[in-house]
Design a protein around this ligand. Structure first.
Ligand code: ADP
Ligand code: MG
Length: 697
C-alpha cells in the first residue's frame, strides 16, 4: 500500500480523535488527502513590520523587539496577561487569556523576540492575542521563506487545530514519507508541460523554499487537476467519434429544396449559411453529431433548426424540437406551421397541457411515422413518446435542461439521433471546454440585416416621471412595452405581490393603454391567452415576471423595462433585453434600481449599459459569479469545487491541459501504452468513469 493511502490517525500528532474530527470537518481521511489540503495563502516570513506602520489592512504581521513589562488584569477565568512590547517605533500589547503562568515563566524582559500574529485594535490600542514568539539571538534565527496558511473550521479551532497545527501535522506526514512520492502523471506529459515532479510540487506547496518554487508547485498541481478533467472528456469524445453509428443523411431532397424555393421568407445571413453547411457535413459523415449552436438572441437560430430538420425529413427520418417552456414551444409551433405551410408535411405540438385524447393520437402518429416533426416541452421525453425513426433532435435554449433529461431523449433510439443544442446564452470558452467539453461548436456571429442594437439605460426608481413619458411616446408611435418584475423562488409570495402591485400601479399610470399581466403560476391556457393578446397588439403593455425571459418573439415590442434590476443576474438581464430589438425600430432596455447598490451590482449594470455582445456578458458573468453558480453547471457532473485550480483564473493552464490531453489521446486513444498506465489509474481514482458527459448531449 502506498503511503498516500495510510490513515491519518497514524501520523504523529493526530491520533484517532483528531482523525475523526478531520474526517468529519474537511473530508480528510488519508495521508494523500491531507497532502492535498492545500494552503489558501502564504505569508512572507522574511518581512518585518514596524509597530508604527500597523494599520487595519494587515492580516498578519511579524515584528522584532522587546517586552518591557508584564501586567495581569482580572480574576479567575477572566484573567488575562498583557506584555508591553516595543520595537522602538511604538508599543503594542501581547495578550494571553490562557496558559498565563507558563507564558510568564517562559519569556524574559529586555530580550529580543520575533513576534508573529494578527493585529487587533482594542480601545484605541493595537494588540496581538496569543502571538507566536521566538527568541532572536542572532541572524540565523530569522525566519525564512513563505509560511502556508490553512483553512480550518470553527470546530477544528475549538480543538486547537488551527492553521499552525495543520502545518505541523502536514510536516509530520511528510516525515513519514521515506521515498519520494509516486508520480501521478506520465513522463511524456510532465516533459511536454514542463512540470516539476509531484513530490517536489507537494513539498513546495506546503513548505515553499522560495516564491519561484511555490509558483512551479502551483502550476504543476493546477495543471494536473485540469488535465484529468480534460483527459476524461477528450477520451470519451474520441471514443464516440470513433464509432460510425450515426445516421447518414446522404442527400438534400424535395423538402429542403421546396422550402428554399417557395417558403424562405428572407435571404439567409452568411453565418446561418455557414452553420447549415457545418451541420450538413456532420450529418453526412456517418458519425453521430453532437453540436452546440451558439447565437445571440435574435440571430436566427430557429431558421437554421428548421432547415436542418428538413434535411432529416429528406432522408426519411423524423425530427423533433424540445423547448424549455410551453409558451416557447407554442411559439415555435406557430413559427413552424407558418414557415412550412403548403409543404405537405405534418407538424404537431406536445406539451404538458395536451389533452389525453389528442395525446393518444399523437403517439400513434409518431409511431407510424405520419408525424414528421414534433415540437414540445419536457412532455416529449416521457417514455410513452416513441418515434418510428427519430433522426434529428433540436434542443432550444439548452441551459434550462438538465443533463439527465437530455440523456433520456438520446435513448429513444437504439441508434442515437443527431443532436443540435441551441443556446442564446453564450458559453465562455473555458466552460465550453469543460461543461460541454465534447460538443462541437457552431457560432452565429451575425445578426440579420437592418437590426439596430438595443440601447440600454440605467434609471433610479425614484424618478419615474420621465420614464413614463417616454413609454407613452413609444406606445403612441405604435410600439409595445414589457415591464418585468423579479421572481425568485424563495420569496415567491412576496414577488407575486410586487407584480400585482406593479400591475395596478401601471394600470393607474397608463389609463389610456391596455395592460396585460403574466406570471409562472398561471395556467398554460391563461398564459397563452395573455401572450396572444400581446402578440396580436391588443395589449400595449405586458407586465410580467421572467416567464418571458427566453425565446418570446414580438418584433413590435421596443421597450423592455426591468424593475429591481439589481436582483437579476447578468445573463438573465441579457436574455430579457433580447426580447426587444427584434424588429427594425430602435429599441430600449431600461434597468431600474434603487440608489444604493453593491459594487457587484454596479458592475453588472455597467456591463449591460456598455455591451450588447453576449460573449462579453457571459465572460463577465462567469468572472463575477464563478462557474459553480452558472445555470447548467451543477448538473454537468464537473467537479467545480476544484482543490487548487480555478477554471476562470487559470484558463491558460486549462487550454494547455486540453491541448496536451488531445495530443495524448490522438496517439494512444485507449491509454494502452505502458507509460500511460498511471493516467488510467489516476482517472479511476478520481472516479472519472462516473461522468459520461459525451453520451449526454
Ligand atoms: P433566436 O436566434 O434568438 O432564436 P429567432 O430564430 O427567433 O432568433 O429569429 C429572430 C427573428 O429574426 C425572427 O423574427 C426571424 O424570423 C428573423 N430572422 C431569422 N433569420 C433571418 C434572416 N436571415 N433575415 C432576416 N430576418 C431573419
Ligand atoms: Mg430562439
Amino acid at each position: 500500500m502506498s503511503i498516500l493511502q495510510t490513515e491519518i490517525q497514524f501520523i504523529p500528532g493526530v491520533g484517532p480523535k483528531r482523525a475523526a474530527l478531520l474526517n468529519k470537518e474537511i473530508d480528510v481521511f488519508t495521508v494523500g488527502d491531507l497532502l492535498r489540503w492545500y494552503p489558501y495563502r502564504y505569508i512572507d516570513r522574511t518581512r518585518f513590520y514596524y509597530i508604527h506602520e500597523i494599520d487595519n489592512t494587515l492580516a498578519y504581521i511579524q515584528i522584532k523587539g522587546k517586552i518591557t513589562a508584564f501586567e495581569t488584569f482580572g480574576e479567575g477565568r477572566k484573567r488575562r496577561l498583557v506584555a508591553h512590547f516595543t520595537d522602538g517605533t511604538g508599543f503594542i500589547d501581547l495578550v494571553w487569556f490562557q496558559g498565563i503562568r507558563f507564558i510568564e515563566g517562559k519569556y524574559k524582559l529586555n530580550q529580543e523576540y520575533i513576534v508573529f500574529g494578527k493585529p487587533n485594535l482594542f480601545n484605541g490600542k493595537w494588540n496581538i492575542a496569543h502571538p507566536e514568539i521566538d527568541p532572536f539571538l542572532n541572524e540565523s534565527d530569522l525566519p525564512q521563506g513563505l509560511m502556508a496558511m490553512y483553512n480550518t473550521t470553527e470546530k477544528m479551532k475549538n480543538h486547537y487545530l488551527n492553521s499552525k497545527a495543520m502545518q505541523k501535522i502536514i510536516e509530520n506526514a511528510f516525515s513519514l514519507i521515506k521515498d519520494r512520492l509516486p508520480e501521478s502523471l506520465s513522463s511524456d506529459v510532465i516533459t511536454d508541460a514542463k512540470l516539476i515532479s509531484f513530490h517536489d510540487a507537494v513539498e513546495n506547496i506546503h513548505f515553499p523554499k522560495s516564491p519561484a518554487n511555490l509558483k512551479d508547485a502551483q502550476y504543476r498541481l493546477k495543471f494536473e487537476e485540469l488535465f484529468y478533467i480534460q483527459l476524461n472528456i477528450v477520451r470519451y469524445a474520441s471514443d464516440r467519434k470513433g464509432k460510425l453509428n450515426g445516421f447518414v443523411f446522404h442527400k438534400v431532397g424535395e423538402y429542403l429544396n421546396n422550402f428554399y424555393k417557395n417558403n424562405l421568407p428572407f435571404p439567409l445571413t452568411g453565418a446561418q449559411k455557414r452553420v447549415i453547411k457545418e451541420i450538413r457535413k456532420d450529418t453526412a459523415s456517418g458519425k453521430q453529431m453532437n453540436r452546440l449552436l451558439q447565437g445571440d438572441v435574435g440571430s436566427g437560430k430557429t431558421l437554421v433548426a428548421i432547415m436542418c430538420m428538413l434535411i432529416a425529413l429528406d432522408n426519411g427520418f423524423q425530427a423533433c424540437l424540445m423547448a424549455p417552456t410551453e409558451i416557447l414551444a407554442s411559439q415555435h409551433y406557430e413559427t413552424f406551421t407558418k414557415m412550412l405551410s403548403g409543404m405537405n408535411l405534418r407538424v404537431e405540438l406536445l406539451t404538458g397541457s395536451t389533452k389525453k385524447k389528442d395525446r393518444e393520437e399523437l403517439h400513434a402518429g409518431l409511431q407510424s411515422g405520419e408525424i414528421n416533426i414534433l415540437i414540445g416541452t419536457h412532455a416529449l421525453i416521457e417514455d410513452v413518446v416513441q418515434f418510428k425513426n427519430l433522426g434529428f433532435v433540436v434542443i432550444d435554449e439548452q441551459h434550462r435542461f438538465g443533463v439527465a433529461q437530455r440523456a433520456k431523449l438520446w435513448s429513444k433510439n437504439n441508434r442515437p439521433p443527431h443532436i443540435l443544442v441551441m443556446t442564446a446564452t453564450p458559453i465562455p470558452r473555458t466552460l465550453a471546454m469543460t461543461v460541454y467539453g465534447d460538443l462541437d461548436v457552431s457560432v452565429i456571429d451575425e445578426l440579420p440585416p437592418g437590426r439596430k442594437p438595443v440601447q440600454t439605460l440605467h434609471r433610479f426608481d425614484k424618478k419615474r416621471g420621465e420614464l413614463y413619458n417616454f413609454i407613452r411616446k413609444e406606445i403612441n408611435s405604435g410600439r409595445q412595452v414589457y415591464i418585468v418584475y423579479p421572481l425568485i423562488e424563495e420569496s415567491e409570495t412576496l414577488d407575486l405581490k410586487n407584480l400585482e402591485e406593479g400591475y395596478e400601479h401601471i394600470k393607474e399610470a397608463f389609463p389610456e393603454f391596455s395592460v396585460c399581466k403574466m406570471h409562472g403560476r398561471m395556467k398554460p391556457a391563461e398564459k397563452d391567452e395573455v401572450m396572444q393578446k400581446f402578440v396580436s397588439g391588443k395589449a400595449d403593455i405586458m407586465v410580467s415576471t421572467t416567464v418571458i425571459e427566453v425565446g418570446v418573439n414580438v418584433p413590435n415590442a421596443s421597450v423592455m423595462v426591468i424593475e429591481s434590476a439589481q436582483r437579476f443576474g447578468l445573463s438573465q438581464l441579457h436574455q430579457l433585453r433580447g426580447r426587444v430589438g427584434r424588429g427594425a425600430d430602435q429599441s430600449y432596455c431600461i434597468l431600474i434600481t434603487p440608489y444604493e447598490l453593491s459594487s457587484d451590482t454596479r458592475k453588472r449594470i455597467e456591463i449591460m449599459t456598455e455591451s450588447n455582445d453576449g460573449f462579453v456578458i457571459a465572460e463577465a458573468d462567469l468572472k463575477l459569479r464563478g462557474p459553480g453558480d452558472l445555470e447548467g453547471t451543477q448538473q454537468s457532473g464537473i467537479p467545480f469545487d476544484l482543490k487548487i485550480a480555478d477554471i476562470v483564473k487559470d484558463n491558460d493552464i486549462l487550454f494547455r491541459a486540453r491541448e496536451i490531453a488531445e495530443k495524448l489521446i490522438d496517439n494512444d486513444p485507449s491509454l494502452e501504452l505502458p507509460e500511460h498506465e498511471v493516467l488510467k489509474h489516476q482517472l479511476k481514482l478520481l472516479g472519472g468513469n462516473r461522468y459520461d458527459w459525451s453520451r449526454i448531449s
